[in-house]
Structures are given as structure tokens and as C-alpha cells.
Design a protein around this ligand. Structure first.
Ligand code: TYD
Ligand code: MG
Length: 466
């Protein structure tokens, strides 16, 4: 029932669905009792969108923006994901699981920005200045040019921003901030949205950059970074598996650069360190001729990365065999095992299949299919993949090997790390001009590819206890 003066609406705290009326159950996500009242804050037209006067149309040609205005940090990996540096007036969201290293990264970025000139205000709603100092000492952040503020009331934060006019403001985390004008609790969808909106307006109006941290939440009343993605200029996610020191900073939205760029870091005692040569780092601890192991030249954004896919196939002790996928998509693994069974006659029905990507990386692209299949058959048959050989290819449901994109980049990386052969889809051969010192083994089907990739079984290798 919309009234002519509709100032209140109801927002689902679970999925952020908005409704003019209250409902006991959200029609979008099905959550019960999740609607909270939201009173929209009345913004006067007179104040303009950024609170700095009424905006006027400007000729596009007269608008001044060049890449030169970016603040380039002494952090190659961070610059890369940002598209070349921090854009003044932009708001960047860094999302990630709690404890993954967002605060550490933000403190390092804050110090780097302070070193490049321009004041930095680091607002923490989670830690006291003493705790931040402790972390700063641990990771060798001097604190020069860095102001700390421990505050959760965003009005208070805004006052300090207006007064100090820093070139960069860091807000850690957005879920701890609140505005009195919003009735719901800190961390609710309404609060994180309003707070982010206020920060965006300040950034656009003042020309300063803002970084906010947002915890990814699985459930509950705390709103995750997803509900903010449409409001901010850049969305980065810091990812990694808890047990692995590697962290991937991934750009999923960037109004000033390409998305799908990644930066690769290692969490050390002294904070996050950039990984100079990620492929070498991920392959560092690999043994020779390991059974159940295949090397895949994957692409993370535009960046080639060699990763090791491991598989372990063992007779199952349960009624239904298990499939475990670490770092690869479970549905892909199920599809690949089904194709192996159906088209190659590989008997996996009584076997547990465990697949793992070394280093805690996650491979999303189907180009890793062949690597997964090779590692699986290699483990089952106890035959190692040919030394010096990498494999790429998407597996189709009828057992064919489908072409993959950007083969040359992958080959260059494989060659740089000393690999001498690559099994790839026949259909990708035509797209390659140079060979980059890698022997190309084109295969039309998964069956051919596996035949090429595994050392001739048994007969050719009579020695050895296996
Ligand atoms: P933190 O930045 O507090 O994570 P977030 O802000 O995303 O919640 O990082 C916390 C983890 O990082 C913590 O478990 C310890 C680890 N860590 C290191 O290994 N080395 C370091 O130098 C620092 C500061 C943290
Ligand atoms: Mg933190």
C-alpha cells in the first residue's frame, strides 16, 4: 500500500529484498522473520548528490581525468588488481572471510599510500589503536603519516574526515559502522548500505579515495559484501584456504580497469608479501614423477599460472564412493569421472576420488578438466604423468577435448618454468603461431590425451616396486 509520502520500507536482512510492506517470510529468499523497517534518510535535493551543492551538467570533453591521477603504490600486485593504482574519489571494497588478512593488507596499503604523500586516516571499528600498533610493529609498518581512529559511529568518522581531509580513508570493517538515523543494528543490510552510501558521497565530493573492508558472512543478520557490490567502484576479494599461506586478491568489479585480475600474496610473519613468481612458488615442493599429479597452466584473469592438480583414487570403504574436490568445482569433478567411466571404461564406481589443487588455490576454468582427468587416471593406474609435460583442455560430455582460450600465454609460462611438452585440444592448435620451445601434443579426445600423457604403463617400466 504505497502512500504518497512513502518514507518507510522493509528490507530483508538476509537477501536485501525491499518491500513497501512488512512480511513474515521473505518472498525472495524464503527466510522467516527477516524484515526490518528502514526509514529512508531524507536527502534534500538542494544538497546535491554529494552533499556539495547542486550538480550541473558538464561537457564530457571538458572533464579532466587521466591515469596520471592514480596513486601508484609500491605494491605491484595491488596496483595490478586496481588497474594501475588508486583512483582519487573512488570507493574500493575488500571482501573476504574473517581472519583472511584484510586488516593486514589494508594497513600495508595505508602505509604505502601515506609514503606516497597525502594523509591517511585508518578507522577501525574492530580493534583498539594499541592492537593496530601491535600489528603495525609486527609487519614493519612505521606509521608515518598514518592517523588511527577507533570509532564505530560513522557520523563521528565523517566529522574527522571533513576536518582532516585525508587523501585516503580506510574503514575496517563496514559491518561495525552505524548511523544513528538508521534504526537497525550495525552490520544489518540497512546500516552497511547507508554507511557505504555516505562514504561514497564523501569520496566523490572530496576527491579522496576510500577503502572499506567487508567480512563475508555465511548466514545470519550480518550483511556481507555482496549487498554493497553495486554501490562501490571497485570490488576486490581476498581469498585463500586457511591452511595455506597463499592469498589471492581478485578483482570482481572495477569501474577503472579490467576485472578478473589477480594479485598473489603470501601471508608471512611480517604480513602479506607479494609473490614474485607464483608458478614457481606453487610448484616448489613437487616431487619427481609423482603418481596422481598433473601440471595445468591455468589463467587467473589474464595471468598464466602453473598449478599442480593432485588426485588420489583408493578403493572405497563405504557403500557409496566418495568424491572430494578441493580447489576445483565438485560438479566438474563428477562430470569428469562420469566421462572417464562412460567413454574410457575407467572403473571408478568402487573408488573414492579425492582431488586437490596444491597451494590452496581454486581453479574455476574448465581448461583444468584434462589435468583432473589425467591425475585421476594416473593415481588409479599407478602410472605417473610424463615428466616435463603439462596439460590443458576442457572435457566435453561425449569425451571430446574442447579448445581453450589464450593457449600461447599458457605455453609461454610453461616454457619459462622448464616444461617441454603440452597436451592440448586439437582444436586449439590452429590458434597458435609460435611454439615457445614446447612440444605440442594435440588430442581430439580425452582418450587420446590420456594415452599421450601417461608414461607407457607397466610394459615400458618393468623395474620398480610399483
Ligand atoms: P587479519 O588481517 O586480522 O584478517 P581480517 O582482517 O581479514 O579478519 O589477519 C589475521 C590473520 O593473519 C591472523 O590469523 C594471523 C595472520 N597474520 C600473519 O600470519 N602474519 C602477520 O604478520 C599478521 C599481521 C597476521
Ligand atoms: Mg580485520
Amino acid at each position: 500500500m504505497a502512500t504518497s509520502d512513502a518514507k518507510t520500507s522493509y528490507v530483508c536482512q538476509h537477501c536485501a529484498n525491499e518491500s513497501p510492506t512488512w512480511a513474515g517470510r521473505c518472498p525472495q529468499c524464503g527466510e522467516w522473520n527477516s524484515y526490518l523497517e528502514r526509514r529512508s534518510i531524507n536527502r534534500s535535493r538542494r544538497n546535491g548528490a554529494h552533499g556539495l551543492g547542486v550538480p550541473h551538467p558538464e561537457p564530457l570533453a571538458d572533464i579532466d581525468f587521466s591515469d596520471a591521477s592514480r596513486v601508484v603504490l609500491p605494491f605491484r600486485e595491488v596496483n595490478r588488481v586496481l588497474g594501475g593504482g588508486i583512483v582519487p574519489g573512488s570507493l574500493t571494497l575488500i571482501g573476504g572471510d574473517p581472519g583472511i588478512g584484510k586488516s593486514t593488507l589494508l594497513l600495508q596499503v595505508a602505509q604505502a599510500a601515506a609514503d606516497s604523500g597525502g594523509g591517511v586516516l585508518y578507522v577501525s571499528g574492530e580493534e583498539s589503536p594499541q592492537q593496530i600498533k601491535l600489528r603495525a610493529q609486527r609487519i614493519g609498518v612505521s606509521g608515518e603519516g598514518l592517523l588511527l581512529l577507533s570509532e564505530t559511529n560513522l557520523e563521528g568518522v565523517m566529522e574527522h574526515l571533513a576536518e582532516r581531509r585525508p587523501a585516503l580513508a580506510v574503514v575496517d570493517s563496514i559491518q561495525t559502522m552505524y548511523l544513528d538515523a538508521v534504526s537497525s543494528a550495525p552490520g544489518s543490510v540497512a546500516q552497511v548500505r547507508e554507511c557505504t552510501l555516505r562514504l561514497t558521497q564523501w569520496a566523490k565530493g572530496s576527491g579522496a579515495a576510500v577503502f572499506i573492508a567487508g567480512h563475508v558472512t555465511k548466514d545470519g543478520a550480518i550483511a556481507g559484501p555482496k549487498v554493497l557490490e553495486h554501490m562501490v567502484d571497485v570490488v576486490l576479494y581476498l581469498e585463500g584456504e586457511g591452511f595455506s599461506p597463499y592469498r589471492v586478491l581478485r578483482s570482481v568489479k572495477n569501474r577503472f580497469g579490467s576485472t578478473n585480475e589477480v594479485g598473489i600474496f603470501e601471508m608471512r610473519d611480517g604480513g602479506l608479501a607479494e609473490v614474485e613468481n607464483p608458478s614457481a612458488a606453487f610448484l616448489a615442493h613437487r616431487g619427481d614423477a609423482a603418481h596422481g599429479s598433473a601440471i595445468v597452466p591455468t589463467l587467473e584473469g589474464t595471468r598464466p599460472l602453473l598449478v599442480e592438480v593432485q588426485a588420489l583414487v583408493t578403493p572405497t570403504a563405504q557403500a557409496a564412493p566418495r568424491r572430494v574436490a578441493n580447489g576445483v568445482d565438485m560438479n566438474r569433478l563428477l562430470m569428469i569421472t562420469a566421462v572417464l567411466t562412460k567413454h574410457l571404461g575407467v572403473r571408478l564406481s568402487g573408488q573414492d576420488v579425492l582431488v586437490n589443487v596444491v597451494g590452496g588455490l581454486r581453479i574455476a576454468e574448465p581448461a583444468a578438466d584434462l589435468g583432473i582427468a589425467l591425475a585421476t587416471v594416473s593415481s588409479l593406474s599407478d602410472v605417473p604423468v610424463k615428466p616435463g609435460c603439462v596439460a590443458i583442455g576442457e572435457v566435453g560430455l561425449s569425451g571430446e577435448l574442447r579448445p581453450v582460450s589464450q593457449v600461447e600465454r599458457r605455453l609461454t609460462e610453461a616454457a619459462a618454468l622448464g616444461f617441454t611438452a603440452c597436451i592440448l585440444p586439437q582444436g586449439s592448435l590452429s590458434s597458435i603461431t609460435g611454439r615457445e620451445g614446447v612440444e605440442l601434443l594435440g588430442a581430439a579426445t580425452l582418450r587420446d590425451a590420456i594415452g599421450m600423457g601417461l608414461e607407457a604403463p607397466r610394459a615400458a617400466a618393468p623395474s620398480g616396486p610399483r
